[in-house]
Design a protein around this ligand. Sequence first.
Ligand code: GLP
Length: 251
Amino acid sequence: MRIFVAPDRATAAQRTADIVEGFVNSAASTALGIATGKTMEEPLAEIARRCRRGTLSLAHAEVYLLDEYVGLELDDPCSFANTVDRLLVQTTDLPPGAVHGPNPHNPDLYAECADYERHVRAACIGLQLLGIGTNGHIAFNEPGSSFASSTRVVQLNEQTRRDNARAFPDGTRPPAAAITQGIGTILMATELLLVACGQPKARSIARALEGPVTRSLPASALQLHPNVTVVLDPPAAALLTDASSQRCRTP
Ligand code: GLP
């Protein structure tokens, strides 16, 4: 596991974009797994800037979403599909047809999950971006999720709904359910890139990277993957021991 502690959030975003750029420019695979959430907004904005400058192109990329809420209208700006459309499709040369995600409006969600799981496996994700919840979730795999889990419908816990409420208009709450790739699905990607910024993530980052591998902290499953990069800002790295936070500091 490579841990980069950037001097600040903006540098963490640059570093994340560097890794995505390296992957897109060199990749044998074109399949890029995208996470949503506030943490990803700066890295995705930086990727869009590089596309506008012409140093990066997503014209041949295929983008796969990690998860999606169940219960939002098709045109709801808070859905992850619409978020990716706004942050990547409208701002880069990524073709709209190159964004893949589970369809939460399928009346048969069980079939939808099985279908999306097949789709993701067939794509062989080359680089998977990940955020982390304050309770240690990855995608929407809440504490207790099996490390062998595949794409499925999950109930979100209260902490997650409270945390994610900041992305929703005042007075509305995130849905109680979502479709998420499983931890087993995520671990199949060739490379994982976990990004976390801010003090609220410090505890889950320390537990995920240095604590025991346990289903009560879903992100600890990353310790089982052979090719993981973690990009942090100093507040998110604050509870790591010196040994791991000094391991690699970006200039
Ligand atoms: C959300 C998403 C995750 C995301 C995480 C962090 O619940 N399902 O994929 O990584 O929480 O979100 P944020 O960056 O907004 O803290």
